[in-house]
Structures are given as C-alpha cells and as structure tokens.
Write a protein that binds this ligand. Structure first.
Ligand SMILES: Cc1cc2nc3c(=O)[nH]c(=O)nc-3n(C[C@H](O)[C@H](O)[C@H](O)COP(=O)(O)OP(=O)(O)OC[C@H]3O[C@@H](n4cnc5c(N)ncnc54)[C@H](O)[C@@H]3O)c2cc1C
Ligand SMILES: *[C@@H]1O[C@H](CO)[C@@H](O)[C@H](O)[C@H]1NC(C)=O
Ligand SMILES: *[C@@H]1O[C@H](CO)[C@@H](O)[C@H](O)[C@H]1NC(C)=O
Ligand SMILES: *[C@@H]1O[C@H](CO)[C@@H](O)[C@H](O)[C@H]1NC(C)=O
Ligand SMILES: *[C@@H]1O[C@H](CO)[C@@H](O)[C@H](O)[C@H]1NC(C)=O
Ligand SMILES: *[C@@H]1O[C@H](CO)[C@@H](O)[C@H](O)[C@H]1NC(C)=O
Length: 462
C-alpha cells in the first residue's frame, strides 16, 4: 500500500511539493487547504533564479514565460535608487545566470499559484479544510483534526500552512512570532494605468532612504506593482498590529508617508487604484523541523523569516524540491512496495536529509533578519532623537550591502547530492561540515555565519 501523505496548505510550498511528489507510486498525496477557493489575494511575488531553475526541473515550465513573469531589460535583478534624487545608488548583479528565462521574475502570486495548480490533480486538493491541530506517534502515524471537528489518520503530515502554521504550533507551542517593525503596502494593477508616466522604471527599482522602501516593478507582461515597506515602531504604532493578507489600506497613507520623496514615486502613487497593508512578522530558528518521524514542516511554516529579501516563495519552492528528492532517495519511484515495518525509520531518513539540506540555509537568513531588525530599531530610535544616519552614511552603507547571490542563485539539487554523499559516510556514524560563507563587504551589517554543522545521525538507516 502506498504511504498516505497529507500536505497541510495549498500555498506555494504545498502545491510545489504535490507537483513534485505525485508521480511517485509509493506515495498517495492529498492537500488540505483552509481557503474555500484559491482566489486572487496577494500581490507581487519575486522568483529568484534558484526557484525558476527548480520549477523547470519539476516540470512546471508554465510560469517561466514572459507573460507570467517580468524580467528586467537591463539584465540585472535589482536597482537601488535614492529616495529624494532618484539617482541610482547601488545595483544587484547575477553571478551565474546565463539563461534569461532564469533571470529574477516578478509576478502576481495568483499566477504562480495557478501555474502550479495545473500540475496537481484536482481531486487531491480538498478546500475548506482548516486544520486545528495535528497529533503524531512514531509507531502509529498521525491524526489531523480540522476546525469542523472532522479528523483524518495518515502516515505522514507535511505542514505547509504558512508563517502562522497550526502544524508547527501543535509540536512547538512555545515558538512565537513578533512584529519586525515593518509595514508593507502592496498593490498590483493594470500596466495601462501608469504606462504614460515619463521615465517610469522598467527595471525593478527600490527607492530607499535606508529605512523605508518604495519598490516599483512591472509584473508579468501586463501589470505593474508597488510594494512599499516602511518602518514604524511596534511599541507605539498599534494600528498595524494585525496581520492579514487582504487588509484594506488607504492610498492616502502612502501619499503622506512618501510626501518628501522624488516626483516619480509621487506620480506612481497618484495612479494606484487600491492597496493592502501587511504587518511583517518573524520568529526564531526552530530546534528541529520534524516530529515523531511522522511530521515535518515546509516553507514559511519551517522558517519564519517574514518578507525578507522577497525570498519566501523561492525558498518554499526549493524546500519542496529538496523534500521530494529526499522521498525519492528513500522511496524510489522504481522501487516498488515499501515494507510497513520500517516506515518510521525510512521517514526519519527522509526528514534528516531534507533538514540537513535546508535548515542551515534558511537559518542564515533568519540570523540576518534578526540583525536587520535590531539595526532598524536602533536606527529608528536615533532618527527620532535627531541623530539618524546622514545621507552620506546611508549611501555608503547601501553600496556595501550584502551580496545576496548565496540566496538567489543557490543550487538546492547540488546541495542535496552533496548531503547524500556525506550521508553515506554518516551512516557509519560520522558527521561532516559543509562550509557556506555569507559574502560580506566592509561597512555592512555584520552577520558572519561561516560554517554550518551538518549532522546526519547514524541511526538513519536505509
Ligand atoms: C493569501 C496569501 C497572500 C499572499 N500574498 C503575498 C504577496 O503579495 N507577496 C508576498 O511576498 N508574499 C505573499 N504571501 C506569502 C507568500 O506566499 C509566502 O511567504 C511564500 O510563498 C511561502 O509559501 P508557503 O507556501 O510556505 O506559505 P503561504 O503561501 O502562506 O501558504 C500557506 C497556505 O496554507 C493555508 N493555510 C494556512 N493555515 C491553514 C490551516 N490552519 N489549515 C489549512 N490550510 C491553512 C493558507 O491558506 C495558504 O494557502 C501570501 C500568502 C497568502 C496565504
Ligand atoms: C532599463 O534598463 C535599460 C537597459 O539598461 C535601459 O535602456 C532603460 O533606460 C532602463 N529603463 C528604465 C525606464 O528604467
Ligand atoms: C521551547 O521548548 C523546547 C522544549 O522544551 C526548548 O528546547 C526550546 O528552547 C523552547 N524554545 C523557546 C523559544 O523557548
Ligand atoms: C488593461 O488595460 C488595457 C487598456 O485599457 C485593456 O485593453 C486590458 O484588457 C486590461 N487588462 C486587464 C487584464 O484588465
Ligand atoms: C479582499 O478584500 C476586498 C476589499 O476589502 C474584498 O472585496 C475581497 O472580497 C476580499 N477577498 C477575500 C478573498 O477575502
Ligand atoms: C532594515 O530592514 C530591512 C529589511 O526589512 C533591511 O533591508 C535594511 O537593511 C534594514 N536596515 C538596517 C539599518 O539594518
């Protein structure tokens, strides 16, 4: 009998995993999603080269078209511009992305979701199923309880239920999320609304004063998007304390917030038809991602980094691929029926491999988010007391930003293969150290995590 795999959450992580696993005859996948309909909530999402390459490997090439995703004509992922003068102060570059289709792509979240949906059999998606809690026992399997009181028993549970995950909460009740101090105003609209603005950025641009951002980009072939992030003080600005992806906000708030910014920003704001606000929340690194050798976490549920570097969707896609590779390693599609007796041991091996590949990577990001939060709050305090950084200091800090290609061009499959090799040795009781250095440049927020211990426990037997 195939293993029953219940994926909780039909967001980016859950759908990608289902698309990647569904051809494995050893697994029977079902998705349980809270929403009653997968409709157009949300705004623009960025997919870095790592995610586009992964989607291609999974066979989801639909979202790699220019109709779905916008790629910058200048061939670079991001331009940073001075908030007041509009002059370019810094740029991000690709290191190794020869194929233009893998260039950073900006798209409406709904189009990504729709693209993924085409690769998942409709009958495996169960809508209107809101999970209340999950219980698991190594030898007995897992039970999912829904808020309507119904339950299911299953072999495996994958918590892909987003940053406020109920699956995570069931096993790590003391993990907390806190407001980063950022508020994000988001909108996506028809490109024709802004088309005639002179010098409208065609290359995705972050206007910034060092603390607040106004990100303007085209999205797909026919939309334009704005993601405006500004820092407030979570201790006093309580009007933003609630998190909801569809919370209506006022364009006038943007107009006030950005009143002193350059005329291009103001011209774009004048055309914005609607806007939603979202309060950024984040939490710490979890001690472990799997529980009772029956349950694991995926995407935002596993690493609560908030919206940092717009990396959430790309990380979720790589998480899903890494987990699918781990399943394939332990329960090969060609390998026939699985003897039930060894299932928890085999799942342990799947989860250990997956966690070894993904946790050090996303933990680095969480460390950076934490450092940024501390810096932002201290900058804000200084600014309010009239001692904020000078224009010159801010420009200097910006040109010395972290090179984020370790994130955007990460090769999850190569990392996976490396760990499988290491794992073969680790099966005999060894552990190995994989060195992954964050490239830092002088003057930048110091986040030095030079080594990640990769420990594949000896008890994981194949
Ligand atoms: C409605 C929505 C809109 C978003 N809009 C944006 C955006 O505009 N820009 C951006 O950068 N990021 C947005 N995000 C977040 C972004 O999708 C994620 O950060 C990233 O893609 C990681 O994906 P994920 O699958 O881990 O989490 P998510 O994409 O958050 O998916 C989680 C899924 O689980 C479902 N779910 C949650 N709780 C339960 C439960 N108890 N039972 C069953 N199902 C549950 C959710 O409905 C959702 O479909 C949005 C998320 C959501 C849910
Ligand atoms: C975008 O980049 C291209 C190529 O460098 C350049 O020609 C163009 O002027 C830029 N356009 C805008 C409006 O940002
Ligand atoms: C939560 O509880 C676990 C187990 O008791 C402990 O190891 C962990 O440090 C706690 N985490 C936090 C954030 O308090
Ligand atoms: C966008 O606006 C143009 C021009 O008004 C229109 O032709 C097109 O249908 C609109 N697209 C969408 C998706 O609404
Ligand atoms: C999102 O908010 C808008 C405006 O408040 C509303 O019309 C729409 O129905 C909401 N969508 C969902 C799915 O709740
Ligand atoms: C503030 O946080 C943002 C991310 O939300 C980051 O890009 C920025 O560099 C931070 N600023 C400082 C001063 O650390």
């Amino acid at each position: 009998m195939p293993l029953e795999v219940a994926i909780i959450g039909g967001g980016i992580a859950g759908l990608t995993l289902a698309a990647a696993l569904q051809h494995n005859p050893n697994l029977r996948v079902n998705i349980y999603e809270r929403a009653t309909e997968l409709k157009e909530i949300g705004a623009v999402i960025g997919l870095a080269p790592n995610a586009l390459r992964t989607l291609e490997k999974i066979g989801v090439a639909d979202v790699l078209t220019d109709a779905v995703g916008w790629r910058n004509p200048n061939g670079i992922p991001m331009t940073f511009a001075h908030y007041k003068t509009g002059e370019v102060i810094s740029r991000d570059f690709f290191r190794n992305v020869p194929d233009r289709r893998h260039h950073f792509a900006r798209m409406h979240r709904a189009r990504l979701q729709q693209g993924l949906l085409k690769h998942v059999a409709p009958h495996v998606i169960h809508l209107g199923k809101k999970v209340a809690s999950v219980a698991a026992h190594r030898d007995q399997g897992a039970t999912v309880t829904f808020s309507d009181g119904s339950t299911i028993n299953t072999d495996v549970v994958i918590g892909a239920d987003g940053i406020k995950s109920k699956v995570r909460q069931s096993f790590v009740p003391n993990h907390t999320l806190s407001w980063t101090g950022d508020v994000v105003f988001r909108t996506v609209f028809n490109y024709s609304l802004v088309e005639d603005i002179p010098n409208l950025p065609q290359n995705s641009t972050h206007f910034t004063n060092g603390l607040d951002f106004f990100f303007a980009t085209r999205a797909g072939s026919d939309q334009y998007a704005v993601t405006a992030t500004f820092i407030v003080d979570p201790r006093t600005d309580h009007q933003y304390s609630e998190t909801d992806w569809n919370k209506s906000a006022s364009v006038d708030t943007l107009r006030e917030r950005y009143a002193s910014w350059n005329s291009l920003v103001l011209a774009i704001i004048d055309r914005i038809p609607w806007v939603r606000s979202y309060t950024n929340i984040a939490g710490r690194v979890l001690d472990q991602w799997s529980f009772e050798d029956r349950v694991t976490l995926l995407g935002d549920a596993a690493h609560t980094h908030g919206g940092a570097f717009a990396a959430g969707a790309a990380l979720a896609i790589d998480d899903a691929y890494a987990l699918s590779l781990a399943f394939e390693e332990v329960f090969p599609s060609s390998g026939g029926i699985v003897p039930q007796k060894s299932v928890p041991d085999q799942l342990l091996r799947v989860f250990d491999l997956y966690e070894a590949v993904r946790k050090p990577h996303s933990s680095k990001l969480l460390a950076i988010v934490e450092a940024h939060r501390r810096n932002n709050l201290s900058q804000l305090a200084k600014r309010r007391s009239g001692h904020g950084e000078t224009d010159e200091e801010f420009r200097k800090r910006y040109t010395a930003r972290m090179d984020a290609t370790w994130l955007a061009e990460h090769d999850v499959e190569a990392t996976f293969r490396k760990h499988v090799e290491v794992g073969n040795v680790a099966g005999k009781g060894n552990s190995a150290t994989v060195e992954e250095k964050i490239t830092t440049v002088p003057g930048k927020v110091i986040v030095e995590i030079t080594e990640a211990e990769v420990h594949v426990p000896a008890r994981a037997t194949l």
